[in-house]
Design a protein around this ligand. Structure first.
Ligand code: ADP
Length: 420
């Protein structure tokens, strides 16, 4: 190429198109600047004054047309060729493009063989779109004012959004640090409690005095509950910050479910719940992280227990479908309002008044802190699976029930468990 190197700005949010076109233009000897969104494109254009601007029409923040209207209002860009890349070539779209002041357009996907030819055509004054009839002064000023207000609003929103993201990260760190800090003294409390429980003198006293025994039991239960909450918070913050790593190995899904049921044996008996479960129907060999999967099963089961009234039914079914396994936890409980079915998997989502929650994992409508299902979802998704819920609605009189369905790959990715 002869003469000074020309600069082309390419505004495109799709990474694959960006790298392809960028490479072809560089190959053609151009200096190429790229932007992933409209606002960055405008900033780069103002700073670098490119000889040609190629812009995608549908960008996440501004459209290619809005970018053009904005730039056309500035003297530096009154004659710069601005070419839109678009998959749409409808007449109406073309009219809009013309009204915005676009010089020409190329269809997407870009025809790489003809790209350099087209670019040099536009750089040498070629155009596909006839210049729009000039607007009167007031119309021009009005359009520029509207577009410039749009730019300011979008910039404000982006700033707010990045602030919110920062606060969200700070909150995650805060939760994680607090839970860690609480765990240290709690470990001491657990240790002292154990020493007290093993102390022969105290043991004799508590055996002989039911009141003292009750005090010990109460303290023990509260400590365990607090330990459970802190572990939940730590697990969920690991899941949410993508720090969850699977250690996978062969596991028997039926056995894991059976153990989960056994874990809740007492409340199931006390609350006269009927659990339908046939281990033989459950996949006996999948590859998964059994510790995390057990936690997920326990959380699902504890919810089914918690939200089903005494005497209700819980049905656990499983079937293998090719390289996937699908299992369901169905209960005859209070059900879930349709509008809540998506949000119940969010962190700290809890229905009802949290002040009334006892955090019991098994009392009817015991409640909790709203982390159980976020943990389940994180674990299932880390395994490459999905979880969904269906319920006819919430009704604490007629108990329509809820069904949680989990689909898991038979073999989940992860670090293989070492044999012991
Ligand atoms: P929580 O600790 O509050 O139980 P979860 O994340 O496990 O937290 O559940 C979030 C919310 O989803 C619960 O507060 C409850 O409203 C609803 N929920 C979960 N499982 C069930 C179920 N089996 N039946 C009815 N509602 C449920």
């Amino acid at each position: 190429m002869t003469g000074p190197q020309r600069t082309i700005l390419y505004i495109e949010d799709d990474a694959a198109s960006r790298s392809l076109v960028e490479r072809a233009l560089r190959y053609g000897g151009y200096r190429v600047l790229v932007a992933e969104c409209g606002l960055d494109g405008i900033d780069i254009a103002r700073r670098e004054k490119p000889d040609l601007i190629l812009t995608d029409i549908n960008l996440p923040d501004l459209t290619g047309r809005e970018i053009t209207t904005m730039l056309r209002g500035e003297t530096a860009f009154s004659t710069t060729p601005i070419v839109a890349l678009t998959a749409l070539t409808l007449a109406e779209q073309r009219e809009l493009t013309q009204a915005a002041g676009i010089t020409g357009y190329m269809t997407k996907p870009v025809d790489i063989d003809h790209l350099l030819e087209r670019v040099s055509y536009y750089l040498n004054g070629g155009r596909d779109v006839t210049e729009a009839a000039p607007l009167n002064d007031a119309q021009t000023r009005y359009i520029r004012e509207v577009v410039s207000r749009l730019e300011t609003r979008i910039r404000d929103l982006e700033r707010l959004n990045s602030q919110l993201e920062r606060f969200d990260r700070m909150k995650d760190v805060f939760i994680q640090l607090t839970a860690h800090e609480l765990r240290t003294p709690l470990t001491l409390v657990i240790g002292y409690n154990r020493l007290m429980a093993e102390n022969p003198a105290l043991r004799t006293i508590s055996t002989n005095d039911p009141n003292i025994f009750m005090l010990f039991e109460g303290a023990n239960e509260a400590i365990l509950r607090m330990q459970g909450i802190i572990d939940e918070v730590l697990t969920v913050s690991r899941i949410m910050t993508n720090q969850i790593e699977l250690t996978v190995g062969p596991c028997n899904l039926g056995e894991l479910m059976e153990r989960a049921i056994m874990h809740f044996n007492r409340p199931i008996t006390d609350r006269r719940l009927m659990v339908h479960f046939t281990r033989a129907n459950w996949a006996n060999r999948i590859v998964a992280d059994w510790e995390l999967l057990s936690l997920a099963l326990r959380n699902l089961l504890s919810n089914a227990i918690k939200y089903t009234p005494d005497g209700g039914t819980i049905t656990l079914t499983c079937q293998t479908e090719g390289d996937r396994v699908r299992f369901m936890v169905r209960d005859s409980g209070i059900g879930i309002a349709r509008e809540d079915c998506a949000s119940i998997f969010e962190r700290f989502f809890s229905s009802g008044n949290p002040d009334l929650h006892s955090t019991s994992k098994t009392a009817y409508r015991g409640g909790g802190i709203g982390l159980g299902l976020a943990i389940v979802k994180g674990i299932i998704e880390a395994h490459g699976g999905q979880i969904t819920v269906e319920s006819p609605g919430f009704d604490a009189q007629n108990f329509p029930g809820s069904t949680f369905t989990v689909v898991l790959p038979m073999v989940s990715p992860g670090t293989p468990r070492k044999r012991v």
